[in-house]
Design a binder for this molecule. Structure first.
Ligand code: I3S
Length: 128
C-alpha cells in the first residue's frame, strides 16, 4: 500500500522587524510615528506588534496580542516616492479601507523580500 502524505505549505508566512509608520487612517492623514515593529505576514493578514526590540516573539510571553492588523485583500503596494519619506527602501502599503502605511528597512534584501511577499499576497487574494 502506498501512503500519500499531503503537505500543506504556507508560503505567505513571514516575519521580521521593520520600521513602520501609519500615514493615513480611514482616508485621513495622521502624523508619522516611525517605530521598529515586529511584523508578521500570515495568510492575507499583516500583523504588527510594537516594542520589546528585535527578535522578541509576540507568540507567547506578554505580547500575545498584535497591536495592529491589516487586511491585505484589496490593497496595494508600491515603492514610496521621495515626497512620502526621505528614508531609503520605503514601501507604501494602501489598504481597501483607506489606511496607508510606510514600511522600511535599511537592509535591501530584507525590504525586497517583503515587497515581493506583500505583492504576491495581494495578487493571490485579489478575488476574495
Ligand atoms: O513626512 P515628514 O513630516 O517629513 O516626516 C518626518 C516627521 O514625521 C519626523 O518627525 P516630527 O513629526 O517630529 O517632525 C520624523 O522624525 C521623520 O522621520 C519623518 O520623515 P521621514 O522622511 O523619515 O519619513
Amino acid at each position: 500500500h502506498k501512503i500519500i502524505f499531503t503537505i500543506q505549505f504556507f508560503p505567505s508566512e513571514k516575519c521580521g522587524v521593520l520600521n513602520v509608520t501609519k500615514i493615513t487612517e480611514h482616508g485621513k492623514k495622521v502624523r508619522k510615528n516611525w517605530a521598529s515593529t515586529w511584523t508578521v505576514l500570515q495568510g492575507s493578514t499583516l500583523l504588527f506588534a510594537k516594542g520589546q526590540g528585535s527578535g522578541t516573539s509576540w507568540f507567547g510571553g506578554n505580547q500575545s496580542k498584535p497591536e495592529f492588523t491589516v487586511d491585505l485583500r484589496g490593497g496595494s503596494v508600491e515603492w514610496a516616492s521621495k515626497e512620502k519619506s526621505s528614508k531609503k527602501h520605503v514601501i507604501e502599503l494602501k489598504t481597501r479601507v483607506g489606511t496607508e502605511l510606510l514600511i522600511q528597512s535599511e537592509i535591501d534584501s530584507v525590504i525586497n523580500d517583503w515587497f515581493r511577499a506583500l505583492s504576491e499576497t495581494i495578487n493571490t487574494h485579489a478575488w476574495e
